[in-house]
Design a protein around this ligand. Structure first.
Ligand code: ADP
Length: 302
């Protein structure tokens, strides 16, 4: 069982030919909405790829929140840890993509910012029943810390995806994190090492380990994922060679897939990373966020 403590967003994407300049008004080419949020994406990935998955987080008392809750239930997730907060909007991400493929994203945290460590503690049973507890940086730090504390009380492994990027990890969070999974940018912002290849990934991983985190996986986009753990030889596990059309949710798929495959003793780490690479290789071949995350049956066919 996997528990994700994290964010739920309604993503509103508009396509434009060219980004507007300050003060300019332009017409959009296309508008679409989708379900996203790093927490929700990772939870959907873990559930679709084979783990019973619990979610702890919050939505607002609005149509978007109702919609998303219903969808997560339909996926089979345990949603009783999701609070519906009155007088607050469900988290929303406003994404603008231009013809050159560049994007700009603005996030209204809404309910994601309003849920509390008390709410997390009220769901202690979900965490006690879990093998893995996953969190990101789209929720209040105190909520993540409360969840990781409970995880350690009950013997669950904690996984931190330090996204969106942040330069500092609190000493308490460092102490509570068993496995950290940054991408290249996040690893660079955390360590100051520009991660561009295997060698620099190794340097960044060593810095994170020196801070006290035992297990480090740095995802390297089309290169794959670099794994380093104390007392073991580090290695690069290469990505699958595919034609990427939209890499949204690649990292989220990787993390959910990894957690759904891994054993709590972490003896199957290399196989779990391969599974993560395989799942996210499917995600990058499809447009969209949650809609592009594959099901386990799609991987078994390969
Ligand atoms: P994020 O989406 O968080 O930026 P990455 O870009 O590092 O994360 O991607 C996460 C994982 O997705 C990679 O480790 C890899 O397995 C897979 N992936 C990403 N981009 C590609 C690609 N172009 N081709 C194949 N696999 C990819």
């Amino acid at each position: 069982t996997v528990t994700v403590v994290g964010s739920i967003n309604l993503d509103r994407t508009i396509r434009v030919q060219k980004m507007p300049r300050a003060g300019e008004t332009i017409h959009t080419k296309e508008l679409f909405t989708a379900h996203g949020g790093k927490g929700a994406n990772q939870a959907v990935a873990a559930q679709r790829l084979g783990a019973q998955t619990n979610f702890i987080g919050a939505v607002g008392d609005d149509a978007a929140g109702q919609d998303i809750l219903a969808q997560l239930k339909k996926e089979g997730l345990q949603t009783k840890g999701i609070q519906v907060l009155p007088q607050v909007a469900t988290g929303q991400a406003y994404v603008v993509v231009d013809d050159a493929g560049e994007n700009q994203i603005m996030i209204h945290g809404g309910a994601n910012q309003e849920f509390t460590p008390e709410q997390v503690r009220s769901q202690a049973q979900l965490i006690a029943d879990s093998d893995f507890v996953i969190a990101q940086f789209e929720s209040p730090l105190e909520c993540t810390q409360a969840a990781f504390e409970l995880a350690h009380e009950h013997g669950a492994v904690t996984i931190l995806n330090p996204a969106p990027a942040q330069a500092d990890l609190s000493p308490k969070l460092l102490e509570l994190t068993d496995l950290i999974i940054p991408n290249e940018t996040e690893a660079q912002i955390l360590t100051g090492v520009a991660v561009v290849d295997q060698e620099s990934a190794e340097q960044a991983a060593q810095k994170l380990q020196a801070k006290g985190i035992e297990q480090v996986i740095i995802t390297l986009g089309s290169r794959g994922a670099f794994w380093s753990a104390s007392g073991q030889a580090s290695q690069l596990i290469p990505a699958y060679r595919v034609e990427a059309v939209d890499t949204t949710a690649a990292g989220d798929t990787f993390i959910g897939a990894l957690a759904s495959f891994l054993d709590p003793q972490l003896t199957k780490m290399v196989a779990a990373i391969k599974f993560g690479n395989q799942a996210s290789a499917l995600t990058v071949q499809r447009p969209g966020a949650q809609s592009s995350i594959p099901y386990r049956t799609e991987l078994e066919k390969k």
